[in-house]
Design a protein around this ligand. Structure first.
Ligand SMILES: [Fe+2]
Ligand SMILES: [Fe+2]
Length: 242
């Protein structure tokens, strides 16, 4: 099935996993903005649809993934959540711990000449706290609920863990809003640091901080894509959450 202009970028990323790297390279938002059409997402990123098509053409195979390994839609929610926890949550915690230390050190040493580093330090600290709270909601409430409902074959008999808590009513909306908030923080980081460009007088820690932030940003795109466009979509389609 070829890519159709009516498909959203989130759908394209699910259907054609090779598109993910193209979207990353061209800075097209396919995770938090996964519901946009390819045309709208390209317009927002200042890239032509033709450029995307051309980049996709270079990245074979671009046929829909027939193989179960890379087709996330074929995975159970248990497999998906296990993968997200092992691949993305562990990495996010580890790298944020490192980035927090680096951002404090780099702001202390270079903050006088590069005052934006004070704001970078504050944003990294905020993100680390927010991401910890966010992942705890997923790990303690949402993922166990989804896998419990999947195992029992329906919602009946599975206690709703969200009532009266921060995820009451619309857990997925809260989580997706939080994904968007982190995305906004990364936009601010990019503005502050001129897309993570290190100055000439940067030391190794300075470089490691910016490289680590780029690494975390790309990992978060893939992480949020799997949650928003695959796992949460599956939960909505199966009528488990709305
Ligand atoms: Fe997550
Ligand atoms: Fe999440």
């Amino acid at each position: 099935m070829p890519i159709e202009m009516t498909m959203t970028v989130g759908e394209i990323a699910v259907e054609f996993p090779a598109a993910i790297q193209v979207f990353e390279d061209l800075k097209i938002d396919y995770c938090c903005g996964g519901d946009r059409s390819l045309k709208d997402a390209c317009a927002l990123a200042g890239v032509s649809v033709e450029k995307v098509a051309e980049s996709m053409e270079k990245r074979k195979p671009q046929t829909p993934s027939g193989d179960r390994e890379s087709d996330w839609r074929q995975k159970s929610m248990t497999e998906l959540t296990n993968y997200i926890l092992e691949k993305h949550h562990l990495f996010t915690r580890a790298i944020l711990g490192r980035l927090k230390e680096l951002s404090v050190k780099v702001a202390r040493v270079h903050g006088a000449r590069h005052p934006e580093l004070m704001r970078v330090e504050a944003l990294v600290a905020d993100m680390a706290g927010e991401m910890e709270g966010h992942m705890a909601k997923e790990e303690e409430q949402v993922f166990p609920y989804l896998t419990a409902v999947e195992k029992s074959g329906g919602k009946e008999g599975v206690p709703n863990p969200f009532q009266g808590g921060p995820l009451d009513n619309h857990p997925l909306k809260v989580l997706m809003w939080e994904h968007g908030m982190t995305g906004e923080e990364f936009l601010e980081l990019r503005r502050l640091t001129r897309d993570f460009t290190v100055p000439e007088d940067a030391c190794q820690s300075y470089r490691s901080l910016y490289l680590g932030l780029i690494e975390l940003e790309e990992d978060l795109h893939r992480h949020v894509h799997l949650e928003n466009n695959v796992l949460f979509r599956k939960a909505v389609e199966q009528g488990i959450l709305d």
